[in-house]
Each structure stands twice: as C-alpha cells, then as structure tokens.
Design a binder for this molecule. Structure first.
Ligand code: ADP
Ligand code: MG
Length: 303
C-alpha cells in the first residue's frame, strides 16, 4: 500500500500542495484530477521522490520514499514514472527503447517481454523504427511501454494519453489499464480527461487551491457532486435552486414551471446539447433532436 500522510510541498515560498493524505492499495487505480496548475504533476514528482517534502511522509509498504536530500539517485526500483515530457533515446529503435533497462543476460525473456509490451501499446509493426521518426503520440506509447518493461509495483502516469489521437486513444487506454490490473500494478494517473478516469479508476482525488477538494470513488462523486468543480469534471451541468443538475437530468416536457427559450443546439453525435435561457440564466440539457433558436420549451428535472 502507498500511504501518504500530511504531505506539504512548496517550490519556493508559496505552497503548491497542502496537507494531502491518502492511501492506495496494491493493484488499485487512483486518478488525480484538477485544473491546469492545480499541482497534479508536482504531486506525481513528489511521490516519485524528485523533491524533498516540507512536511509529511510517503511510504510504499515499509519503505519511506525520500527526496534528493537523502538519495543520490532519484527514484526507486519498485516505482516508475512517465512524465508529461517523456524522454526517449531518439536514435535507436522502438524495441531497443522498450528493452533498454532489461537485462541482456536473459535474451529470451527480454525478447518476449518487449514483444508483449509492443502489443499492449499497439506498436508491433514499428518495432524496428527509429524513435526520432515517430509522431508525438507514438513516442508517448513507447514511453509507457518502457516504464512497464521492468514490471514496477507502482506506476505514476502524467496525462498518459494526451498526445494520442482519438482513433487510438480508446483501445490503448483499455489495453494499458487492463494490463496494469492483470499484473496487479498500482497506478496513479494525473489527468484532466474524464475518459481516463471513468470505467478505470477505483478512487478519485480532485486537487483545488493546493489541497484535496474531493476524495472518493468516481461513482460517489458523480452521484453527489458537492461543488460545481466536481460536477464540471463529469460534464455539462446547471445550478438550479442551488442544486447541481447535470444536462441529462433536464428533460423537455409538454408543460412545467421551468419555461425556457432556446439559444442554440450543439450536435454531439447521438444527441444534441441544447443551450436555453431560463429566467435570465443559461441552462444546458440533452435532447434527441435539435431545437430552433427562440423556440419556447418546458423543462423538468429528473433523477
Ligand atoms: P498541473 O500538473 O496540475 O497543471 P503543476 O504541478 O505543473 O500543475 O503546477 C502546480 C503549480 O506549481 C503551478 O502554479 C506551477 O506554476 C508551479 N510550478 C510547477 N513547476 C514548478 C517549478 N519547477 N518551479 C516553480 N514552480 C513550479
Ligand atoms: Mg501537469
């Protein structure tokens, strides 16, 4: 288990992380979400031992994770970290990059392991390609495979799919998270993309104002978003009578007290997101068909 207690960190004087405490069990997936600049990357770096804490402690099982003040070389064997800016060896091939830290004393194992990881990140046909000729998204996939090569007990991923195009993203995400679950690797992922979280994360931490604003399962936070910031992570929402109402919880009915005027309909594929004026406030709801501008409609809040 990873046990983080009263973690406090600042680069200089201004605190970036204040009083963070949380636990992650072996094999669990914890997602760290928050707006840009909320400290997600900093938290991963601190967990990796890249910086010294101002206060608090981090333990993986019985081992205390310590920063550069105590360690000549940053990092631990049991932990791997894939940074937002991944650094690969550009002049050697994809498979050489993935196998770079695997022992040459076991050539058969090295070959099998590399082949397995090439499949996980869907780069088998690029095995012999030099990394410098790859796209940003392909490089990100090599970095992921390389971090997994030595089978860490815990992996820290910083926006791991941010450079990968939408065509590949879905299947790659499923591959990686399934691989981590199968191998019982603890995963902490920093992201602002809800698709990285929903369906995969066991626990969710929302960072805001240097501290933990919410910490629970994605299901619990989705059902009970106590603040607009939590709700905004899950999608479009409205605040009606001080209550957070997701766009899909507003339905058009023949008549109701909530009379609104349509402003615009946005095509979203299998539905339309409709923006309307409700007593001078903009509200969003979901509908199968689009409405025309200035059309009068009636809305009802459903559970
Ligand atoms: P996120 O990953 O959520 O976007 P970061 O952890 O990168 O957030 O940044 C958190 C805060 O720390 C920001 O205000 C950022 O400007 C600051 N920061 C990040 N890296 C450094 C650094 N190396 N030195 C000083 N301040 C930094
Ligand atoms: Mg970041």
């Amino acid at each position: 288990m990873l046990n983080v207690k009263d973690l406090n960190f600042s680069y200089k004087k201004t605190p970036v992380l204040k009083d963070l405490s949380f636990k992650v069990e072996q094999g669990e997936n914890l997602a760290i979400i928050g707006e840009s600049g909320s400290g997600k990357s900093t938290l991963l770096k601190v967990l990796y031992g890249e910086y010294d804490l101002n206060f608090g402690n981090i333990h993986w099982k019985d081992i205390e994770v310590l920063g550069p003040k105590y360690n000549l070389i940053v990092g631990y064997e049991f932990m791997k970290y894939v940074a937002q800016e991944f650094d690969l060896m550009p002049f050697i091939s994809v498979e050489e990059n993935i196998g770079a830290f695997l022992s040459n004393f076991f050539p058969k194992e090295k070959k099998e392991r590399t082949a397995e990881l090439l499949e996980v990140v869907e780069l088998t046909s690029f095995a012999k390609t030099k990394v410098k000729t790859l796209s940003g998204g392909q490089k990100q996939r090599v970095a992921l495979a390389r971090a997994l090569a030595k089978q860490p007990e815990i992996i820290l991923l910083d926006e791991p799919f941010s450079h990968i195009d939408n065509f590949k993203k879905q299947s790659l995400r499923r591959n990686i998270y399934k691989y981590l679950k199968d191998k019982n690797v603890t995963c902490i992922v920093a992201t602002h993309d809800k698709d990285d979280v929903l369906g995969f994360a066991d626990q969710l931490i929302l960072l805001n104002n240097n501290t933990i604003e919410a910490y629970n399962t994605p299901q619990a936070l989705y059902k009970n978003p106590n603040t607009p910031l939590i709700a905004s992570f899950f999608g479009e929402f409205n605040v009606i009578n001080n209550e957070i109402i997701y766009a899909h919880q507003l339905k058009v009915v023949d008549e109701s007290k909530l009379k609104a005027t349509v402003i615009r309909s946005y095509f979203k594929g299998n539905y339309y997101l409709v923006e309307a004026d409700l007593d001078g406030e903009n509200v969003f709801f979901i509908n199968d068909q689009q409405f025309k501008k200035n059309e009068i409609i009636y809305l009802k809040i459903i559970e």
